[in-house]
Design a protein. Sequence first.
Length: 427
Amino acid sequence: ARTVTRNEDGAVTAGGLDVARLAEEFGTPAYVLDETDFRARCRAWADAFGKDADVFYAGKAFLSRAVVRWLKEEGLNLDVCSGGELTTALEAGMPAERIAFHGNNKSAEEIHRAVEAGVGRIVLDSFQEIVRVAHIAQSLGRRQRVQIRVTVGVEAHTHEFIATAHEDQKFGLALAGGQAAEAVRRALQLDGLELIGIHSHIGSQIFDTSGFEVAAHRVVGLLKAIRDEHGVELPEIGLGGGLGIAYTSDDDPREPHEIAKALSEIVTRECEAAGLRTPRISVEPGRAIAGPTAFTLYEVGTIKPLEGLRTYVSVDGGMSDNIRTALYDAEYSVALVSRTSEAEPMLVRVVGKHCESGDIVVRDAFLPADLAPGDLIAVPATGAYCRSMASNYNHALRPPVVAVRDGEARVIVRRETEEDLLRLDVG
Ligand code: LLP
């Protein structure tokens, strides 16, 4: 879905449907999500990791009831990180044992609900939480399966805000200095907990597996120390998510089966060297599944050429439906989709309609010089962290998600209305 495809008549299509017709029917801005592609990516990950590993889709990338059903049908598990995601997952029928619950500050109420529902695992992120989950589980007469999230001290080569395994940040318990080992000691003593593994997530939008290699090496070091100190071999190792996607081209980075092979080789090698049985691996891709499956459809509003600089093209959305450019300096591409044009390319910046100059959707791109108000443009690769991070800034109405498949379109998340906004405003 990343580069726009045209049929013989020059019309841009998605899921077999003319994109201009979709805009007519569902309005703009809208996220158009290719269900076939989403399902295929789920299957590719599930198949690649096979029976000896677990793939959890990271729901934070984009979650809705339909997505939960697709995951369920295609054999994936689900990682949630809030009560809201948990409710969506359970409501839509994801079996609780296929859910993992993450987060650095889960509330007692969220933990209670997760344990009561019977989630497959809770990933513990602090000393307080170890005690809290143990107490809640005990009060419910349960023994909750848990992993402990550790920070391995890896510098993932990605934007600072999305790198998570260096030590000076809020997630996990540090391996260095013995925090992680102490967390294991405490967790093993508590009756309410069944410690099944160690978890590490090194960051997002990562392209090479060397960070995972270092992470696996260090986590296996901890597994060995646990065996030596406590006489137990933990059966699981969680390597998190974070595999990058190509945002501005069609060059898919490594395929899931290559990643599965690389990760399993790394873990097996490290465990052999440490004299441990190879644990079961789990991974949590979010972006790599959802990201490429959707594009955002906008209508061009005003066009402002700045002599010698560039042309500012304003669309009917902006940072409220895609905060990633403003937040991470993320790169996107854009294409004219409502017609073909032979006009010369002009340098543009696609901006939104919000009241600030940082409201940029696509920083640098080319569009035909005859671009006009009313034209439709599409920004590909917006399936992950766009709808899920959308806001009501300036009382913008969050766009719908339209799923397309085999020539049919259906709204899976409807467009917000002003009534929706006012319903919350009870002053
Ligand atoms: N597992 C854990 C524990 C995570 O924290 C995350 C992402 C994932 C898995 C999934 O990572 P993925 O495979 O999607 O990269 N909002 C940002 C990225 C922050 C992601 C936070 N955690 C973005 O728009 O790029």
